[in-house]
Design a protein around this ligand. Structure first.
Ligand SMILES: [Zn+2]
Ligand SMILES: [Zn+2]
Length: 272
């Protein structure tokens, strides 16, 4: 059975909606060959960051990019939004109005990046100028809700404005939290409390970050484990490093966190 059909089947148990998180990439800022920077899909409809290759990545997994309803950007560093122009181009080529794609992201850069992505596509020559995605800019601390889900955000510690999202699926009642890129930041534990799952970056590998030597403001797996332990979540998923570091990162986080720790495989779906 295709992964997508499995996801659907998981969601379509009679009377029971299941929240799914499908990982499309967990690699570094320059992904390894065959890999992808951190990006994942919630419920087959909501894309979290685009990585370098969102369109090809989704299609290779049998997922139709036109079925996306939202993109949630954690922050606007290139490895997290590089594929936005190709995603918008795909929609234009397929004749689907861009306004039907809702894009949520940090207020500091959301409009600028989406405008530049559209301008790169040269719409005055090829497309109508007025068709633009629906933007939902958020400041850290802001929330957003619609019929299917609720988002709450808090700040991350990173060189650009970032949002750590707490996603509540109204249909299943399940909640999980994902950090985007961030240095060790204890308020994230408060924000994640009560979540079934925490997705935390560990770009620095199986260590705790040295605050005096952390110019790029990332976290290590020990930092992520400490946040998960303080939050009391059941499971921690680590992302944002080369796969060769996955095992040592998981082991390091387990030293400080009593729950489950995994490094998701590309294509792996978690069902809450
Ligand atoms: Zn990154
Ligand atoms: Zn970043």
């Amino acid at each position: 059975m295709e992964q997508r059909e499995k996801d659907r089947a998981a969601q379509e148990q009679p009377g029971e909606h299941r929240t799914t998180i499908t990982f499309l990439g967990t690699s570094g800022a320059i992904p390894e060959v065959g890999g992808e920077s951190p990006t994942f899909l919630i419920n087959g409809r909501y894309l979290v960051d685009t990585g370098w290759t969102a369109v090809a990545n989704l299609r290779n997994r049998g997922i139709e990019p036109l079925e996306l309803e939202y993109v949630f950007f954690t922050h606007f560093h290139h490895d997290h939004y590089m594929a936005l122009p190709s995603l918008l181009y795909y929609w234009l080529m397929r004749g689907k109005p861009l306004r039907e794609l809702k894009i949520v992201g940090p207020a500091e850069d959301l409009e600028l990046i989406v405008k530049r992505a559209i301008s790169f596509l040269h719409p005055e020559r090829y497309y109508g100028k007025d068709d633009v995605p629906t933007l939902i800019p958020l400041l850290p601390g802001d929330g957003y809700e619609e019929a299917a889900f609720r988002l709450e955000t808090c700040a991350t510690v990173h060189p650009v404005q970032g949002l750590c999202y707490r996603f509540m699926d109204r249909r299943s009642g399940k909640t999980f939290t994902f950090t985007g890129d961030t240095a060790y930041h204890p308020p994230i534990a408060e924000h994640a409390r009560g979540s079934a799952l925490l997705v935390h970056e560990s770009a620095l590998g199986p260590v705790a970050a040295d605050p005096a030597n952390n110019a790029y403001m990332h976290a290590g797996a020990i930092d992520a484990g400490r946040i998960a332990e303080a939050a009391g979540v059941a499971k921690l998923l680590l992302v944002h490093a080369l796969s060769s570091r996955a095992e040592s990162c998981v082991a390091a986080a387990k030293d400080v966190f009593r729950g489950e720790v995994e490094w998701p495989a590309d294509g792996q779906t978690y069902v809450l």
